[in-house]
Design a protein around this ligand. Sequence first.
Ligand SMILES: [Zn+2]
Length: 69
Amino acid sequence: MSGSADGAPVKPPRPCPICKKTSVAAFYPFCSKRCADIDLSRWFGGVYAVPAKESEEDASSPPADDGDE
Ligand SMILES: [Zn+2]
């Protein structure tokens, strides 16, 4: 093989997926801890905050207020 390793794959700095700012190494691929937390909360929100009510498709209407006077 002719060693011509002149094409070193240089990774361009990715923008923060949250606010599209320039990411920093400390919080890669985010730009700050704030955005990292936002992304993290999204994940946790999707995992833990899932209302297990897929079987109740009949609940098309909101629970009517029983005006029991
Ligand atoms: Zn950001």
